[in-house]
Design a binder for this molecule. Structure first.
Ligand code: ADP
Length: 279
């Protein structure tokens, strides 16, 4: 459904952020994108929705070649992609309902949305989504009165009201506690299954990626160095993705390195340190 062929991105600073990326994402597949800071994860997601222009290569979403679109055709294609961000990007002084409905902006036109006159069917869909994400009672609350987890749920509903075919998710749990992080990842996973939505999730936490993704792609210095199932991601592969140095130093800090082989719990937790300093 989504295909990247030989995608390269070199920034004007000379930074080669993506090198010959080939990737095909079928309908309904939840893919986690992991790798150390600076590996190119955000650049890859941004190339797909064309917030960043690839230097060369092509990206197709279904029949449409995203890399050739401009103007209204590009806006149309972007509506097929729901974005979920780390910092939720909600409008603080608007209500939960209004934030969800703002996901329809691309459809209803500027003046109508400016006057906040949404079609009845959009309002009904927003109600259904708020029920589904477990926040029907918060409909009239202002966004700034919500907890982090609730805000991310609203961000998810806002992405879904566009009826996208693909979700692009950038660090959805970076500001959340571990329990809420799991709840949010579980919700994204369930919604993808219910709606046959494909997703690319840029995620720091390897353990969460292993628990909730169908497929894991590891990036290092702009290249894909691993593409497989969560079960195939072992300690050796994690060393390839994150690098020997960080991997060894996190083991040394631990003091029990010699006991540790590839496990699905201990290894990823350590590696979130190597990946950028958050645990
Ligand atoms: P990640 O999301 O894995 O941390 P990024 O995609 O943000 O990685 O960055 C990949 C590389 O591209 C890094 O070396 C980064 O410094 C560089 N980069 C990212 N954005 C820009 C930009 N706007 N201008 C120049 N270089 C950039």
């Amino acid at each position: 459904m989504l295909t990247l062929s030989q995608v390269n991105k070199r920034y004007s600073t000379g930074e080669h952020a993506l090198v010959g990326i080939n990737l095909t994402l079928p309908r309904g597949q939840v893919m986690a994108l992991i790798g150390p800071s600076g590996a190119g994860k955000s650049t890859l997601i941004r190339c797909v929705n064309r917030l960043v222009e690839p230097t060369s290569g092509s990206i197709h979403l279904g029949e449409a070649e995203l890399t050739r679109l401009s103007g209204s055709a590009l806006r149309g294609a972007r509506r097929a992609m729901g974005m979920i961000f780390q910092e939720y990007a909600l409008v603080e002084r608007l209500t939960v309902m209004e934030n969800v409905l703002s996901g329809r902006l691309g459809y209803v036109g500027f003046w109508r949305s400016f006057l906040r006159r949404y079609p009845q069917e959009d309002i009904a869909e927003a109600f259904r989504l708020l029920e589904r994400i477990g926040l029907p009672q918060a409909m009239d609350k202002r966004a700034d009165a919500l907890s982090g987890g609730q805000r991310q749920r609203v961000g998810i509903a806002r992405a879904l009201i566009q009826r996208p075919r693909l979700l692009l998710v950038d660090e959805p749990t970076a500001s959340l506690d571990p329990k809420t992080s799991r709840q949010i990842m579980r919700l994204i996973r369930e919604l993808c299954a219910e709606r046959e939505l494909a997703a690319i999730i840029n995620i720091h936490d390897v353990a969460l990626a292993q628990q909730f993704a169908d497929r894991i792609v590891g990036l290092r210095a702009g290249q894909i160095v691993f593409d497989g199932t969560p079960q195939e991601l072992d300690a050796k592969t994690l060393t390839t993705i994150y690098g020997e140095e960080e991997w060894e130093s996190t083991q040394a800090q631990d003091g029990e390195a010699e006991h540790r082989t590839a496990t699905q719990t201990a290894v990823p937790q350590k590696l979130s340190l190597a990946a950028g300093g958050t645990v």
